[in-house]
Design a protein around this ligand. Structure first.
Ligand SMILES: NC(=O)c1ccc[n+]([C@@H]2O[C@H](COP(=O)([O-])OP(=O)(O)OC[C@H]3O[C@@H](n4cnc5c(N)ncnc54)[C@H](OP(=O)(O)O)[C@@H]3O)[C@@H](O)[C@H]2O)c1
Length: 317
């Protein structure tokens, strides 16, 4: 346990003056994350692919929080499956803001049928490559923010306990073909994509350390099993599972509870007090040991994934 008492949403500190990005903030875990960061005074950018869904979600949050809080929530278009879009979103953000204190890489899909996206990258693999493109394009503003007095910068990558499915694959990030393997099956591909969310966390933290930057904290978070729209992919792959949705709902947390661990990672002062760098958190706000595939002891998987994404960005973004 990180703390003796379970961490609560009311433990979020005052975030006035801080600016945050949450990808996929229009529904599910991202929606709650945007709402709670804004409730506590942060200006929050919702990066989503569908403008109408994002604007409706922003209005809903504003209604929920009430006008006395005057929440500041902005929208920037962002498509996880396009490296160009991710880079463009980062550029637009940097034109509008001077700082970025909290980046929550939350958007994602799960268990979808095999399909290549516009860059020729398998759609679930885009859970990793799209967030690489966004994060790397935001590095300069993250570093500038870290250099400001009293700043606390966080990069929170939402993974899944399902990263363990990558154990049934042979992760090979030396080529696009390695990333796109159809033979892994939908869960293997989801597992690989969620492994890359952890590898990005590890690699970012290493690179900040090598650059002498000690106050950017990178964490990976598994939110737990949460009742959200994530099962859309599952039902595309196996429509006959639709009647089981009610049972699924009974076995899962609601999104308010599910978002606690990422909110903890994004805001709690304990992250610095306990030096939770490159840490994997499980619900609720508990440090979890990484399986050896995610520890990536010699760093090869993380380095290969980084290099491959850089190369893909050179070609496609
Ligand atoms: N729910 C769980 O049990 C669970 C467990 C472990 C990990 N997670 C992780 O938690 C994260 C959030 O998922 P959730 O459960 O909140 O699912 P969700 O309700 O389906 O929300 C996913 C969000 O990601 C967005 N998204 C999907 N593809 C996108 C794309 N190509 N470009 C931009 N945005 C895109 C969705 O946008 P649209 O609304 O436009 O589709 C939506 O805003 C995911 O990374 C997931 O892997 C969830």
């Amino acid at each position: 346990m990180v703390g003796k008492k379970e961490w609560k949403v009311t433990d979020i500190p005052d975030l006035s003056g801080r600016v945050a990005i949450v990808t996929g903030g229009n529904t599910g875990l991202g929606y709650i994350t945007v709402r709670e960061l804004a409730r506590n005074g942060a200006r929050v950018y919702m990066l989503s692919r569908t403008e109408s869904r994002a604007l409706a979600a922003i209005e809903k949050i504003k209604t929920e929080l009430g006008s006395e809080l005057n929440p500041e929530i902005e929208y920037i278009n962002f498509n996880l499956s396009s490296l160009k879009s991710a880079k463009k979103s980062a550029e637009e953000y940097m034109q509008r803001e001077q700082r970025l204190d909290i980046l929550v890489n939350n958007a994602g899909i799960m268990a979808t049928p095999y399909e290549l996206g516009p860059d020729g990258i398998e759609m679930q693999a885009c859970n990793g490559t799209g967030h690489f493109a966004l994060t790397v394009s935001l590095l300069s503003i993250l570093k500038d923010t870290a250099a400001m007095p009293g700043s606390h910068v966080r990069i929170v990558n939402i993974t899944s306990g399902g990263y363990m499915f990558a154990n049934f694959t042979k992760p090979d990030f030396t080529s696009l073909e390695g990333l796109n393997q159809k033979t892994f099956g939908t869960w293997g591909r989801y597992g690989l994509s969620k492994l890359t969310n952890i590898l990005l966390t590890n690699e970012l933290q290493k690179r900040f350390a090598a650059a002498g930057i000690t106050n950017i904290y990178c964490l990976a978070v598994h939110p737990g099993a949460v009742n959200t729209e994530l099962s859309r992919g599952l039902l595309e792959s196996w429509p006959f599972l639709a009647p089981l949705r009610r049972i699924g709902r009974m076995m899962t947390m609601n999104p308010d509870r599910g978002a606690l661990t990422q909110l903890y990672a994004a805001t709690s002062p304990e992250v610095e007090e306990k030096d939770l760098k490159a840490t994997l958190l499980f619900p609720i706000a508990q440090v979890e040991g990484k399986a050896s595939i995610a520890k990536d002891k010699d760093g090869k998987l993380g380095r290969d994934f980084w290099r491959l994404c850089e190369e893909l960005m050179r070609q496609k973004a």
